[in-house]
Design a protein around this ligand. Structure first.
Ligand code: ADP
Ligand code: MG
Length: 701
């Protein structure tokens, strides 16, 4: 037998007929023996422990009790019948309840005979009850040999209802071990096993499904988690290495006129140490022969733009063109305006290209881009159109990359012999550990320091009932010459409803802040781009004091004079969104405020989000909380990366193991890049197997 045996379709396992096979595939994604083997228990129950009825507590999960049934009755309800058995031991009485299968249960249950019952309990009106208990006669129970720790496997309602209960899964696992245990070959190298004192694969598999004791279980879990994370890291790192050796970039060998002149004469402020460090990292990349693929992470307001600009200058110094892409029109206009000023000083040609660029301008841009006269192009998705052809694109900066697809990105360089260097800017802080898994194939730079002199933004939570006070505060701020944002949620599912909220809100704000003393801008997703821009512009120029908006302003807008951010229905926003929105203020010299408005009805998670926002302004700390609350599923990039399909490791909890796995993956590849040394043979085999059957490359750019 060889390991391919584990690729046998699950239909061929004894005990699995066509129906069960179908359900296992559909409900749990189990197609092969291997898939079943890798269906790891969620948790384990200690079946050595027995409870007395008098000991039961409302907080108990599953309990096991010995007692007898003294009475069975059928109770009629509006929603159908249920069968209720009175169950007692020497300490008290409780109920066993069935909603289905009455006939069979009535006919088979024995009165006044000791049973072991097992299941979840409910507590109602002073009585404990156990719906659909697992039951076994005590006499039989005592004869059976069972492992002390009973595995509980992931399941679905449908599986349960179709009779594929946890007990059935356990039987199937036992069958699988009988048939396939000889194909459980070792998948890590001997040196790794020894250095890290890891259990051998086979022992780990046995103990994850049928643990001998707690200690063995813990070691099995560690071993399997390590292995899973190790192979993900191995793939990511190998991809990164291959990329660097195979994909040549244009080496930008010199730092010339533009960069030096800018640095010496026009730098508008002193760079922070973090900015300096990151620029150095980028310069190193650009100077090497490999194509740069770098993610630049930095909190809102940390100063990524200047870093991008200085990188662009290096490209120009080496005779190349550069572009900067942003996800929205508003944002690209703002980038353009920022860079325009700097470019003018240095006599660099720069243009803006968006969906609303006029045909004639567009033609001119296309021409000057293709003949190389135009040095820098800023814009939206419009940059990706086929007609846009660069003469020699050397660097592409992409702001907020999660809105662009991979295929789209590659369009940028179809004319070049080498792909341009890529710098991706993201203001969504991702905890480092997650970034390691999601972007393990990118190099990451982090600006972890804000420019000096930033005042902390005072953040408070207010209930809707305090709205008048909040309005009064806004008036105070406006009278000092400040501007304010009032943001409403816009969530696609109920767009019409959100729109109504926004309009209702707008009307009440208009009443409260009447013209001509107050001028109000409004921006929302259902407006035309030109109208949005007009309204935005009035606010940027200070003609309006209040900006009422949906979350379209989330990304990148920069109005330093705005000092208050009011977020309506703040309980409906995710943490990272709240953090992004808050980052719109606190950009000028004055003290800024963020006011989170909510109703009184708040979920536990919503409370945690609000407390986190009022406690800290550290984007990375907020991201950690966000990750814990939501799991990795909603964090950008994770959907594609496969980190969600982890079988045993937990990307949030197992960060320590992840770090170790990553460092050993690096070590192994460093000493043996192609895995040809004999000791690494098991790794090579497992690696090939993995990439053959589950190609994670597809998910990653
Ligand atoms: P973000 O990282 O959110 O894109 P920006 O690049 O827009 O941040 O910078 C935010 C603001 O901080 C801008 O007004 C910018 O001019 C200013 N800024 C950036 N770096 C510094 C610095 N080192 N010292 C002072 N101000 C800075
Ligand atoms: Mg920015």
């Amino acid at each position: 037998m060889n390991e391919n045996f584990l690729q046998t379709p699950i239909d061929y396992l004894k005990g699995v007929g066509p129906n069960r096979a179908d359900l296992l595939k559909k409900e749990l994604g189990i197609f092969t023996f291997q898939d079943l083997l890798h269906l790891f228990p969620n948790r384990y129950l200690d079946r050595t422990k027995y409870y007395k009825i008098a000991q039961l507590q409302q907080t108990n999960a599953e309990v096991q009790i010995v007692g007898t049934i003294t009475h069975i009755k059928t109770v009629e309800q509006k929603r159908g019948k249920r069968l209720v058995a009175t169950f007692r031991d020497d300490t008290g009485t409780m109920e066993l309840v069935w909603f289905r299968g009455h006939k069979w249960i009535k006919e088979n249950l024995k009165l006044n005979t000791p049973y072991v019952v097992f299941g979840k309990t409910n507590y109602y009106n002073g009585v404990y009850s156990m719906p659909h208990p697992e039951m076994e006669l005590l006499a039989k129970h005592e004869k059976g040999v069972r492992s002390a720790m009973q595995p509980i496997y992931p399941s679905t309602e449908k599986l349960n209802n179709s009779g594929i209960t946890n007990r059935v899964i356990i039987k199937l696992q036992q069958q699988l071990f009988t048939e396939a245990h000889t194909s459980f070959s070792e998948t890590l190298s001997q040196p790794l096993l020894e250095t890290l004192k890891l259990l051998p694969k086979k022992e780990a598999l046995i103990n994850i499904h049928f643990p001998q004791n707690q200690e063995k279980l813990a070691r099995s879990q560690y071993r399997l988690k390590f292995e899973e994370l190790f192979y993900i890291q191995l793939q990511l790192i190998r991809k990164n290495v291959l990329h660097k050796t195979k994909i040549k970039g244009y080496p930008f060998t010199k730092v010339g006129e533009y960069f030096t002149t800018f640095y010496e004469q026009y730098l508008p402020f002193k760079l922070t140490n973090a900015q300096k460090r990151v620029i150095k990292e980028i310069r190193n990349d650009l100077g090497s022969n490999a194509q740069m693929n770098r993610l630049l992470q930095g909190d809102v307001g940390s100063g990524k733009t200047i870093v991008a600009f200085m990188s662009i200058l290096i490209a120009l110094d080496n005779g190349f063109q550069a572009c900067l892409m942003a996800p929205t029109e508003i944002l690209s206009v703002q980038h353009y305006n920022n860079l325009l000023e700097l470019c003018n000083k240095l006599k660099i040609s720069i243009k803006l290209l968006t969906g609303s660029t006029k045909t004639l301008d567009r033609k001119n841009i296309h021409a000057s881009l293709e003949n190389g006269e135009l040095q820098v192009l800023v814009g939206t998705h419009a940059l990706l159109e086929d007609k846009v052809k660069f003469n020699n694109l050397g660097l592409a900066v992409i702001d907020e990359q999660h809105r662009f697809g991979v295929a789209q990105r590659s369009k940028l360089w179809h004319k070049n012999t080498h792909p341009p260097h890529i710098l991706i800017m993201s203001a969504t802080p991702i905890p480092r550990t997650l970034a390691m898994s999601v972007y393990g194939d990118l190099d990451i730079s982090v600006i972890d320091e804000l420019p000096p002199g930033r005042k902390d933004i005072k953040t408070v939570h207010r209930f809707d009932s305090n709205r008048l006070k909040v309005f009064r505060f806004l008036k105070d701020e406006i009278s000092k010459g400040r501007q304010v944002y009032i943001v409403y949620p816009l969530i696609n599912e109920s767009e019409a409803l959100d729109y109504k909220d926004l309009m209702d809100g707008y009307e009440s704000i208009e009443r409260e802040f009447p013209k001509p003393n107050y001028q109000i801008s409004i921006v929302h997703g259902q407006m035309k781009a030109a109208d949005k821009e007009f309204e935005m512009d009035r606010f940027v120029r200070g003609e309006t004091q209040i900006m009422v908006a949906t979350t379209v302003i989330e990304v990148g807008v920069n109005v330093p004079n705005a000092s208050v951010m009011v977020i309506e229905s703040a309980e409906r926003f995710g943490l990272s969104q709240l953090h992004q929105l808050r980052g719109r203020v606190g950009r000028g010299a004055s003290q800024s405020y963020c006011i989170l408005m909510t109703s009184h009805k708040l979920s536990q998670d919503a409370k945690t989000r609000l407390q986190t926002m009022t406690r800290t302004s550290d984007g990375f700390e907020i991201a950690e909380v966000d990750l814990k609350l939501r799991g990795p599923g909603d964090i950008m990039g994770t959907q594609q990366s496969g980190v969600l399909n982890l079988q045993i490791a937990d990307i949030v909890k197992d960060t320590e193991i992840l770090k170790i796995a990553r460092s050993y993956a690096m070590q192994v590849l460093k000493s043996d890049p192609n895995l040809i040394q004999p000791e690494n043979l098991p790794i090579k085999k497992a690696y090939n197997q993995l990439t053959k059957f589950k190609n994670i490359w597809n998910y990653i750019s």
